[in-house]
Design a protein around this ligand. Sequence first.
Ligand code: ADP
Ligand code: MG
Length: 249
Amino acid sequence: MTATTSNTTSVSLGVRDVHLAFGAHRVLRGAELDVARGATACVIGPSGSGKSTLLRTINRLIEPDSGDVLLDGRSVLRDDPDALRQRVGMVFQQFNLFPHMTVLRNITLALRKLRKLSEDEAVQLARAQLDLVGLAAKADSRPAHLSGGQQQRVAIARALALRPQVMLFDEATSALDPELVKGVLGVMADLAAGGMTMVVVTHEMGFAREVADTVAFMDRGVVLEAGEPAAIFESPEHPRLRRFLSQVL
Ligand code: ADP
Ligand code: MG
């Protein structure tokens, strides 16, 4: 089973000195991240450190107060947000599927609206994308009739159908029963192996170790330390990272 699609070009991603405050609360305080074209960065760190907020600034669900987000070296902050969200797909912890629509319709809706495909084209593409995540047989089901793992694979298929150049995952497996985690991580690992540029916020240290090209540790609104998985997990430098790893490993 592979979740990859061939006709997209991945891009490099750069987050440059991004600051963001909610009122007096400075949630991002100069966040930096570099993801090479086709590479996967896993972002780890304690709850409340700004991981979700960082992801949201990348596809502009939130506008940073200052700093820049670059795709292939070009700022996205002046792009049309809808166009950007087609280029940068996002998958959330809580799936965010429309409960009153079939699985198929959940996918075709965005294709019709954002990619302006005809109904026939959208249905054909949605079915193909469902097939790639192993859910062709569920096209006509409602999300509530699927397991959490299946719902998350639909959410991934929905994002991929838009042919994104970058995929963002925000704790995509945190809401799943343990036995369903592996299937979703498998789809994500296939996507990474297929050359998608990805930023994956995760508590799955095994996934970070095996799949990531870079692991970035966030604490209090900054990336305190980033490097190859072996360096981060075997020889972490920052005491805060050492303490975090001793708690989660
Ligand atoms: P993480 O994903 O690492 O757990 P978040 O990015 O979700 O962290 O949140 C970082 C901090 O920003 C938290 O203290 C959170 O309460 C705060 N925060 C996040 N979103 C908002 C918001 N929309 N309004 C106010 N505070 C927020
Ligand atoms: Mg979060």
